[in-house]
Ligand binder design. Structure first.
Ligand SMILES: Cc1cc2nc3c(=O)[nH]c(=O)nc-3n(C[C@H](O)[C@H](O)[C@H](O)COP(=O)(O)OP(=O)(O)OC[C@H]3O[C@@H](n4cnc5c(N)ncnc54)[C@H](O)[C@@H]3O)c2cc1C
Length: 338
C-alpha cells in the first residue's frame, strides 16, 4: 500500500512526494509529471519585491527547459547522475550523510550548467525508480560546481531515504530540477536571519553562498546569521563544521562588509531559546527577514505551524518563539517558513 495517495503532491516539507502508481502496478509506469511550478509560485507570492529577472532565471532554467534528452539537468525529464561519494556525518538514530552526485560525461563536452543560485533557494528532485516517486532535496554549497551534494537524513521507514542509503558509489541516480523554493527579498539594508533545524541547514547555507554572487555595491554590508539546531552535537561539529567554516571565510573574503555568522545549538544543551532569536533579529539600523526551515515540529516551535488545512501548504499565522519576540519588542517580523 502506498503511504501517500496517488496523484497527490504532499505539501509539507517532509513528504512532498509525487506518486502515480503503486509499487505492484504493472509496467510500464507512466513518467513522473514535470516538476510542479505550483510550489514555486506559492512562494513567489510571499516574497516581497523580487526582480523579474531572478524569477525568470529560476523558473525557466535557461538552456534546459523543454530539453527532452536527459543528458543535462532540466526541470522536465530525469537525468542520470552518478553517485560518486557518500560521506557519513552522523550515525545512530539520526543518521545523516552527504551524497555527492556527478553529471554524466558528455562528448564533446559542452560547458556544464551551473545552478541559478541567484534566483533563490533551489531544490532538486531525486527519483526512486522502483516506486516511481520523486522527493525534493536541497543542494549544499558550492552550488556553482557541476557536481551536486546533498545532506540527507535517513528517515526510519522512509522510502526515498532507504533507497538512497542502499546505493553504492558508482550507482546511477536520476534527478531533475532545479525548483525555486524561495526568492530572496530585494537588496537593501537588511539582514537575513535563518533559523534551521537538522538538515534544514542546507537551504540556509545556499542562502549564505548567494551572498557571494552579489556585486560589490549590492553586497555592501549584507549580513546573514544562521541559528542551527541539532539533536546531537556530532551533526554540527564534525564534517559540517568544516563546510561552514570554509563558507564563512569565503563570504568574508568577498569583502564589502559581507558577513556570515553561524551559531549552533544542541537540543540536549537547551537548544534555541527566545533570547537567541531576539539577539539575532533585533539589530540596530537593519531590518531582519527571517527564514525558518526544518522538520514540521521545529518550524511550529519557532514560527508557528504552517497551514495545511486546504490541502495546500500555506504559511499559517505567526506563532512560536518569533511571535513572542514580536510581542515583546512591539515590532513586525517578516517571516517565511520553508
Ligand atoms: C523543498 C524540499 C527540500 C528538502 N531538502 C531536504 C534535504 O536537503 N535533506 C533531507 O534529508 N530532506 C530534505 N527534504 C525532505 C525530503 O524531500 C523527504 O521528504 C525525506 O527525505 C523523507 O523522504 P522518505 O521517502 O525517506 O520518507 P517517507 O517515506 O516520506 O517517510 C517519512 C517519515 O514519515 C513516516 N511516514 C510516511 N508516511 C506515513 C504515514 N502515512 N503515516 C505516518 N507516518 C508516515 C515514515 O515512517 C518516515 O518516518 C526536503 C523536502 C522539501 C519539500
Amino acid at each position: 500500500m502506498p503511504l501517500f495517495p496517488r496523484n497527490i503532491v504532499c505539501h509539507c516539507r517532509l513528504p512532498r512526494t509525487l506518486r502515480f502508481f503503486s509499487p505492484a502496478a504493472s509496467p510500464p509506469p507512466p513518467p513522473l509529471p514535470p516538476l510542479p511550478l505550483k510550489f514555486s509560485r506559492r512562494r513567489l507570492k510571499v516574497a516581497s519585491a523580487v526582480t523579474l529577472s531572478s524569477i525568470l532565471a529560476g523558473l525557466y532554467y535557461s538552456y534546459t527547459t523543454n530539453n527532452s534528452s536527459s543528458t543535462s539537468l532540466n526541470t522536465t525529464t530525469f537525468t542520470p547522475y552518478t553517485l560518486t561519494s557518500k560521506t557519513p556525518i552522523t550515525s545512530g538514530p539520526t543518521q545523516t550523510t552527504i551524497f555527492t552526485l556527478s553529471p554524466p560525461s558528455r562528448s564533446p563536452t559542452p560547458p556544464l550548467p551551473k545552478l541559478p543560485l541567484s534566483a533563490g533557494i533551489l531544490s532538486i528532485q531525486i527519483k526512486q525508480p522502483q516506486l516511481q516517486i520523486a522527493r525534493s532535496y536541497t543542494p549544499l554549497p558550492p552550488c556553482q560546481n557541476a557536481e551536486l551534494r546533498f545532506l540527507i537524513k535517513r528517515e526510519p521507514g522512509g522510502e526515498m531515504s532507504r533507497y538512497l542509503y542502499s546505493l553504492k558509489e558508482g550507482d546511477v541516480v536520476e534527478i531533475r530540477g532545479p525548483g525555486v523554493e524561495y526568492v530572496y527579498p530585494a537588496q537593501g539594508n537588511n539582514k537575513i536571519v535563518f533559523i534551521a533545524g537538522g538538515t534544514g541547514i542546507a537551504p540556509a547555507l545556499q542562502m549564505a553562498e548567494s551572498l557571494l554572487l552579489l556585486q560589490e555595491g549590492e553586497g555592501s554590508g549584507r549580513e546573514a546569521e544562521i541559528l542551527w539546531a541539532v539533536r546531537h552535537k556530532e551533526e554540527a561539529f564534525g564534517a559540517m563544521k568544516k563546510e561552514i567554516d570554509s563558507l564563512t571565510k569565503r563570504v568574508e573574503a568577498a569583502g564589502s562588509g559581507r558577513k556570515l555568522v553561524v551559531r549552533r545549538f544542541v537540543d540536549s544543551e537547551g537548544g534555541i531559546g527566545i533570547r537567541d532569536v531576539e539577539a539575532a533579529i533585533v539589530t540596530k539600523g537593519k531590518k531582519a527577514s527571517v527564514l525558518v526551515s526544518g522538520p514540521e515540529g521545529f518550524i511550529a516551535w519557532i514560527a508557528g505551524p504552517k497551514d495545511l488545512s486546504g490541502g495546500g501548504e500555506e504559511q499559517g499565522v505567526l506563532g512560536g518563539l518569533l511571535k513572542s519576540v514580536a510581542r515583546k519588542k512591539g515590532c513586525n517580523i517578516e517571516v517565511f517558513k520553508l
